[in-house]
Design a protein around this ligand. Structure first.
Ligand SMILES: [Zn+2]
Length: 167
């Protein structure tokens, strides 16, 4: 269970079986503190040479490993805005018009359950910079890229490659 204390009154929570699951419950406020997957985004960013942009993780989870640019959706932000922002923050690449690739989940990870919305973004081969959350950003040919640390990111690359084959 993620929550131990009530976020409204600070009371110690009880664990109760509610709607078929063990849930945190505040006996003072009489509220159920639901736990849900965190919404996040990932970008399959492709340049005009059909190379894919990958970033090297600077922080946990997966420090030192390669992954797609991405991160959590902020309050007040659409998923499309989030993926364009994360792409820029992690690599300096300006993207626009993200196309939905698919939605997947990553369960029991560092942040618990995460819902990941994958987008395809056509980008220009611009100058890359090191972003806040990434140690390195680089374009790779699909056949010469390093393996990714998050299996769900590999899934988004598969979805992109299926899309390429459909054309
Ligand atoms: Zn309470």
């Amino acid at each position: 269970m993620k929550y131990h204390f009530c976020y409204q009154c600070g009371s110690l929570l009880e664990q109760r079986s509610i709607e078929g699951r063990w849930r945190s419950y505040c006996p003072v406020c009489k509220v159920i503190l639901y736990e849900n997957p965190l919404p996040s985004v990932a970008a399959v960013a492709i340049n005009e040479s059909n190379e894919i942009l990958l970033v090297k993780r600077k922080f946990e989870p997966g420090v030192g490993g390669w992954c797609l640019p991405g991160g959590f959706i902020e309050i007040g932000e659409t998923p499309e805005e989030a993926v364009v922002r994360e792409l820029y923050e992690e690599s300096g690449v300006v993207g626009n018009n993200p196309q939905l690739l698919g939605v997947r989940t990553h369960l029991n990870g560092f942040y618990g359950d995460v819902l990941i919305i994958g987008y395809l973004i056509q980008v220009e081969k611009t100058k890359l910079h090191e972003g806040d959350d990434a140690a390195e950003a680089c374009f790779f040919l699909a056949g010469q890229r390093p393996p990714l640390i998050f299996p769900v990111h590999e899934k988004f690359i598969e979805l992109w490659q299926q899309k390429v084959c459909e054309r």
